[in-house]
Ligand binder design. Structure first.
Ligand code: NAD
Ligand code: DAO
Ligand code: ZN
Length: 368
């Protein structure tokens, strides 16, 4: 079949809207009509050539929501007509990682997914007879995409596509980092660095968990108002204070119980660790740094009891946890609607990247 898609033909070039050929689902795969997709900073990072796994030409996008239109042989967990969210972190429920009970990093299709391929080692997309690669196993910047059955979460049908797509990355990553990875407890003090599409969801997750002080840190002063809308109690602009770590440690009587990096900047990651309380404070890295970057701190920071951890997709097991997060949204436990600041057509997708880079959008969503 044919599908309209925004293709990244080369790094650092705008996406091009073209009609691609799409092969139908093979055994264990499903064809999904993507109804809406968010644009996340990770798409921009790959498009900018900063991703060590970035492959071109490819169809980017990993924050989508849609409807199953066809299933391949042997597919049992979903059927045509089901509403689903594609999962860049699949859940096979059979591999060592899934069975460990210790991680959400399913290894079943990791090797091919990292190479932009489907599990059989081929692509379903092509253009003028040449393969176009998949991205994070999702490729939601295409109106239709093919996904492994283990990489879709079936969700309720009354959830609107143009907001629920955000659960496919930003919401789950931010809220899950607090509830699954950090396991923030009532009364804890939290610091969130970077109040974008991920950081605001960390803030709402911290509020949900009953955190006491929730301090937001951002170099963009317009983010203060955004943070306060979702439960931030204090705001620090590093440009307004001499030493951000000292400021935070003094504000929080010794430092944060938990801090979160939602910037991808390795200098910020260091500050996030060092603003943690001696003896127990834990810093969670969510931001994805440029290929080749390393983090550093004095080992004494760890000797004296601070902990450095990271999280992918908020530690969520996609097929199990994503439908629950959609329920939280539909039941009003968490908010999504105010964070969807822009709705665009596929033709306007490059504008969505500009809005993110300028800090104007929280989430720009392409509606097909
Ligand atoms: P975004 O662009 O919407 O937000 C980033 C925010 O950080 C902006 O508000 C910006 O002003 C702020 N910022 C930039 N430099 C800063 C600094 N030096 N100090 C303080 N604030 C600063 O991006 P996003 O979509 O929220 O993504 C944030 C990060 O999370 C990216 O690195 C992205 O790749 C990563 N990410 C990780 C996962 C995961 O599973 N670990 C999932 C999705 C996104
Ligand atoms: O299992 O080795 C692995 C890696 C799995 C990749 C998980 C994604 C990491 C987070 C990237 C940002 C997502 C938008
Ligand atoms: Zn698995």
């Amino acid at each position: 079949m044919k599908t309209r898609a925004a293709v990244a033909f080369e790094a650092k070039k705008p996406l091009e809207i073209v009609e691609l050929d799409l092969e139908g689902p093979k055994a264990g795969e499903v064809l999904v009509e993507i109804m809406a997709t968010g644009i996340c900073h990770t798409d921009a990072y790959t498009l900018d050539g900063l991703d060590s796994e970035g492959i071109f030409p490819s169809v980017l996008g990993h924050e989508g929501c849609g409807v199953v239109r066809e299933v391949g042989a042997g597919v049992t967990s979903v059927t045509a007509g089901d509403h689903v969210i594609p999962l860049y972190t699949p859940e096979c429920r059979q591999c060592k990682m899934c069975l460990s009970g210790k991680t959400n990093l399913c290894s079943a299709i990791r090797e091919t997914q990292g190479k932009g391929l489907m599990p059989d080692g081929t692509t379903r997309f092509s253009y003028n007879g040449k393969p176009i690669y998949h991205y994070m196993g999702c490729s939601t910047f295409s109106n239709f995409t093919v996904l492994p059955e283990i990489a879709v979460a079936k969700i309720r049908e009354d959830a609107p596509f143009d907001t629920t797509c955000y659960v496919g990355c930003g919401v789950t990553t931010g809220v899950g980092a607090v509830t699954n990875t950090a396991k923030v407890q009532p009364g804890d003090n939290v610091v969130v660095f970077g109040l974008g599409g991920i950081g605001l969801n960390v803030i709402q997750g911290a509020k949900l968990a009953g955190a006491d002080r929730i301090v937001g840190v951002d170099i963009n002063p317009t983010k203060e108002e955004w943070g306060r809308k979702f439960g931030m109690t204090d705001f620090v602009n590093p440009k307004d204070v001499g030493n951000v770590v000292e400021t935070l440690v003094n504000m929080l009587d010794g430092g944060a119980d938990y801090s979160f990096d939602c910037t991808g900047n390795t200098a910020v990651m260091r500050d996030a660790l060092e603003c943690c309380h001696k003896g127990w404070g834990t810093s969670i890295i969510i931001g994805v740094a440029e290929a080749g970057k390393t983090i550093e701190t004095r080992p004494f920071q760890l000797v004296t009891g601070r902990n450095w951890r990271g999280t992918a997709f908020g530690g969520a097991k996609g097929r199990t946890d994503v439908p629950k997060i959609v329920d939280w949204y539909m039941n009003g436990k968490i908010e999504i609607d105010p964070m969807i600041t822009h709705r665009l057509s596929l033709e306007e997708i490059n504008k969505g990247f500009d809005l993110m880079h300028s800090g104007e959008s929280i989430r720009a969503v392409v509606v097909y």
